[in-house]
Design a binder for this molecule. Structure first.
Ligand SMILES: [Zn+2]
Ligand SMILES: [Zn+2]
Length: 150
């Protein structure tokens, strides 16, 4: 797939062909329909986030269509149009069970813990816990910045 990649913090971002993502057992791969750019992406590019391993694909505010799902995903299907919160909690730990997914020790964060949505496809983990089905009346461009506050 094609993706926007940086190989050094504060370095150039170039369009490259990289390996297609595959879903984890509890995850999904989404075809990106729209993606936003925010200051968190800038922090990542600056080198302020220790989770980021180079080379890296940024992007976390996205709306897309599910292209593939892992075998343990029950609540979503290929073809579903979704968005996802800024931090995807595991759904199982104490913090997640108390509603604090944003501070989950096992969290996953596209564009930070793994390659993000400035690409044709993005892998999203813990799909059943985090993906949000988009209603027909909310289009992709409108939906993608909502990913910040979910
Ligand atoms: Zn953001
Ligand atoms: Zn958790």
């Amino acid at each position: 797939m094609r993706a926007a990649v940086f190989e050094a913090f504060q370095g150039n971002i170039t369009i490259q062909n990289i390996k297609d993502p595959v879903p984890k057992c509890d995850g999904a791969v989404v075809k990106v329909n729209a993606t936003g750019l925010c200051r968190s992406d800038w922090h990542g590019w600056m080198g302020h986030d220790t989770a980021i391993k180079l080379p890296h694909v940024p992007g976390h505010e996205l709306a897309g269509t599910i292209e593939a799902i892992g075998k343990d995903v029950n609540n979503f299907n290929i073809g579903d149009r979704i968005t996802v919160p800024f931090v995807s909690g595991c759904g199982l730990c104490g913090e997640c069970k108390s509603g604090n997914h944003q501070v989950c020790d096992y969290h996953s964060q596209p564009g930070f813990t793994h390659h993000g949505s400035f690409a044709e496809y993005v892998a999203l983990d813990y799909a059943d816990t985090n993906l949000v089905l988009l209603p027909e009346e909310i289009d992709d461009v409108t939906a993608q910045p909502l990913a910040v506050d979910l």
